[in-house]
Design a protein. Structure first.
Length: 320
């Protein structure tokens, strides 16, 4: 096999993973997360055997530092019992490392392409999910399409509902700032766990928020789902604010967009925002309310602002 290409979409969590389980295999979460894989933006990874015996990753035209990928490639080789070294060319159709979940789709595509190249055929999704997790926790969810669950302590995610479960839902991603974020989620999680007095409460509270969201998702109850999602992201940022030094990913426009979502709710629309380790704001709503959400984003970000309208998407695809 000369080369393998894989395409993956980002996994956006509505119940958030923030904090790692101590000890044991890397990147197992302290909190359960529930997420949707998004159609509309993608990461692609093309992989062939490396000619010079070194793993190489070129992302968006730029050669990446080897140490960022070392644990991932070493685990992959150990799991698949191969000595192969990989040369990867990867690209995203959206800003990288800015809090738009590019690491979830990036590592899902990378794991699928490399593992397929090493095996000579596509491995099962459970193995891909486990491998992708080592690169970036949220990537284990992006292996699957639709709605996914990643349990606290688990080494892989599991599919909950297919992409067609809630067809009228849309997610509008608003890019407040397109540069890379100031703190990686890895560093942010570690400093929160080590220094925030709120962290134990965040971890203890997470399972009941997950249950709320799961029930609402099964019933397709947007109001209840949105409220659970809002609590999850706000409490995640609450625990970060308690860190020393405090961790603040928001920009002024992030808060303006949160206020805009509140205004839309006051007008009777069911629009629910969420955020990740970056300043971007993501709006969950029905297809009918997308124009109102886009108009609100335009009001805050002005004519230069960028946004993407997405919906439930497919899991990782491999092209041989
Ligand atoms: O997968 P990571 O290490 O980039 O962490 C993702 C963390 C959040 O996006 C904030 C939450 C989540 O569950 O995706």
């Amino acid at each position: 096999m000369k080369s393998v290409t894989a395409v993956a979409r980002p996994s956006l969590a509505f119940i958030k993973y923030w904090g790692k389980s101590p000890g044991g295999p890397a990147n197992r979460p302290a909190t359960p997360s529930l997420a949707l894989t998004l159609e509309g933006i993608t990461s692609t990874a093309e992989v062939c055997p490396s000619a010079d015996g070194r793993d190489r990753v070129v992302l968006g035209g730029e050669e990446q530092p080897e140490r960022r990928f070392a644990a991932f490639f070493d685990t992959l080789r150990a799991e698949l019992k191969t000595d192969l070294r990989f040369a990867v060319t990867s690209a995203n159709t959206f800003p990288t490392a800015a809090g738009l979940a590019s690491s979830s789709s990036g590592f899902a595509a990378l794991a699928a392409a490399c593992a397929t190249l090493a095996r000579g055929q596509r491995p099962d999704d459970a193995l891909l999910s486990r491998l992708a997790r080592v690169g970036s926790g949220s990537a284990c969810r992006a292996v699957y399409g639709g709605w996914t669950l990643w349990d606290a302590g688990a080494e892989a995610a599991q599919p909950l509902f297919e992409a067609g479960h809630w067809p009228e839902l849309r997610v509008v991603l608003a890019a407040v700032h397109e540069g890379p974020k100031e703190h990686s989620s890895r560093d942010g999680m570690n400093s929160t766990a080590e220094t925030s007095p709120f962290y134990p409460a965040w971890v203890a509270d997470a399972p009941q928020l997950l249950n709320e969201a799961r029930r609402a998702l099964a019933a397709r109850d947007l109001e209840a789902f949105g409220q659970a999602a809002r609590k999850s992201y706000q409490r995640m940022f609450g625990t970060m604010l308690g860190a020393d030094p405090p961790l603040i990913y928001w920009k002024p426009a992030s808060l303006s967009l949160i206020r805009a979502a509140e205004d839309l709710r006051r007008q009777g629309l069911s629009v629910w925002e969420t955020m990740d380790a970056g300043p971007q704001v993501k709006f969950l709503c029905t297809e009918r309310d997308v124009p109102a959400v886009v108009e609100a984003i335009r009001q805050v970000l002005g004519p230069e602002g960028r946004w993407w309208v997405t919906q439930a998407g497919a899991g990782v695809e491999v092209r041989l």
